[in-house]
Design a protein around this ligand. Structure first.
Ligand code: HEM
Ligand code: HEM
Length: 420
């Protein structure tokens, strides 16, 4: 055991890197959740049958006849949700401690790939129960692909093997879900670990550089063990208390209302309600992905402090920008719903302009005003400016996602849960 641990960790680590508020143990938690997914996934495979005729019944059988069947299904479901949330938080912590530069550049890029793999793992798993929720969420989710310019429709047909979800789609998703994606995840996580070691371990602030080096056993390993036990307890208790959803068997002739994409795509679906699909499903998501991948390569010219949010000014501007992003996103959603829908108000103008270019220009204009009035005066470094943009995009995305999940009801109308 000692040997295995020393293959993952170096013999000694800096005491400063052990501080919980440096990493919150999030990377290790994500790794444990992947292990839980693989173990519970393999157990589910003993009963699950990937065909439209049998998939749903195999889950009913699993729930009602198999000892701990319901519990294992719940654990797989909730740990998949936790994995996405924890990997997202880890991504935020890595960015906000500035741990994406120099020797960590490549790991940042591979981290982004890992995040995508986790989204795809969740997405392909979502279809497998073949109930109404699965069928219609994946129908909407894959429709987003068809909005991509030129190749969109063809790409969707290729991915789902036809115009509508069918037996082939289920088989393909099953193969990706239980073989291709777990394999890629495992390989990349191991590579990710290796790169963390190669970069000299977790990044620590320059003020802590003289901190003492301590043996990894028991210092780090003991802490990891505690975090793992607590996480395991939370996942298991949650799974014992809350059942994974299962609706009626999929019925392609009768759609659910509202028809929502899986929750992690609710933000994109919400964006589609306000922007032309060319912008909502292509330009904006692609722009954000390019920005995220480009971050480590932006020349900053400043010396990184490696502190959370870089500096006091960095923290202050991030807080203000988070507030600005909440206000502007909520205001945009309400404005489009209740005051003026550009597409309806300007029927003679092509939708690409009325529903795409015009609202985007207005948004950029408001961001420019915010910059001139507030951000410019702070004289931020280039890294801090990148941070401001990052915070804006992430907070806007979170607000859109929350709106899509909790505030869209029948016919995707804006509804307020407290009014019901
Ligand atoms: C990162 C890895 C994984 C994630 C995020 C993930 C996620 C999911 C999700 C969200 C579902 C739908 C659960 C539901 O609500 O019904 C699911 C179902 C399923 N997964 Fe996974 N999974 C992962 C790995 C695996 C692996 C490695 C296997 C098997 C080798 C597997 C086998 C299954 C099976 C058989 C189902 C259908 C059973 C059911 O829906 O209850 N999964 N997965
Ligand atoms: C399956 C998902 C992932 C796993 C299992 C994982 C695991 C880990 C672990 C264990 C560490 C060591 C320090 C820590 O725990 O924070 C780490 C560091 C790191 N991760 Fe991840 N990670 C994942 C996803 C990501 C993502 C989405 C990103 C960002 C896009 C990322 C970028 C990094 C970087 C740059 C480091 C080095 C940080 C430093 O030196 O302080 N990782 N990861």
């Amino acid at each position: 055991m000692h040997n295995v641990l020393l293959h993952i960790h170096p013999a000694k680590v800096s005491e400063a890197s052990l501080r919980f508020n440096r990493t919150f143990g999030l990377g290790g938690m994500a790794a444990l959740l992947i292990v839980i997914q693989i173990v519970t996934g393999i157990l589910l495979r003993f009963y699950y049958v990937p065909s439209p005729a049998d998939a749903y019944n195999s889950i009913i059988f699993l729930k009602s006849q198999v000892i701990f069947g319901q519990f294992i299904r719940n654990t797989h479901h909730w740990s998949g949700v936790f994995l996405l949330l924890i990997a997202f938080l880890h991504f935020l912590r890595v960015f906000l401690t500035g741990a994406y530069r120099d020797a960590r550049k490549i790991n940042w890029l591979f981290g982004l790939v890992l995040l995508l793999l986790i989204v795809f793992s969740n997405f392909t798993g979502y279809l497998l129960p073949w109930d109404q929720l699965a069928y219609w969420a994946i129908t909407v989710g894959t429709t987003i692909i068809s909005y991509l310019p030129l190749a969109g429709n063809g790409l969707r047909t290729m991915i789902i093997g036809g115009k509508e979800l069918n037996a082939g789609t289920l088989q393909t998703f099953f193969n990706f879900h239980t073989a291709v994606l777990p394999f890629l995840l495992l390989v990349l996580v191991l590579y990710h670990f290796w790169r963390v070691r190669k970069a000299g371990g977790v990044l620590i602030p320059e003020t802590d550089e003289k901190a003492e080096m301590v043996p990894v056993m028991p210092n780090l390993v003991f802490r990891e063990f505690i975090v793992a036990l607590v996480l395991l307890a939370v996942v298991l208790i949650f799974s014992a208390l809350v059942n994974a959803p299962l609706h009626e068997k999929a019925n392609p002739a009768y759609s659910m209302n509202p028809t929502k994409a899986p929750w992690y795509f609710a933000g994109v679906q919400e964006l589609l309600m306000h922007f032309h699909p060319f912008f909502a499903a292509f330009i904006i998501p692609a722009g954000v992905m390019v920005f995220l991948a480009w971050i480590p390569f932006i020349r900053s010219g400043d010396k990184p402090t490696r502190h959370w949010f870089f500096s006091e000014k960095g923290k202050q501007s991030s807080k203000a920008t988070a507030l600005f992003a909440v206000v502007i996103t909520v205001a945009g959603i309400l404005f489009n719903q209740y005051v003026l829908n550009f597409e309806i108000a300007m029927p003679k103008i092509p939708a690409l302009v009325s529903n795409g270019i015009i609202p985007l220009v207005i948004l950029l204009f408001l961001m420019a005003i915010y910059y001139w009035i507030y951000i410019k005066r702070l004289r931020l470094s280039r890294s801090e400016l990148v941070q401001v943009l990052f915070v804006f995009l992430i907070v806007a995305f979170i607000v859109l996602t929350i709106a899509g999940i909790f505030f869209r009801g029948k016919d995707m109308e804006l509804t307020f849960p407290w009014r019901v």
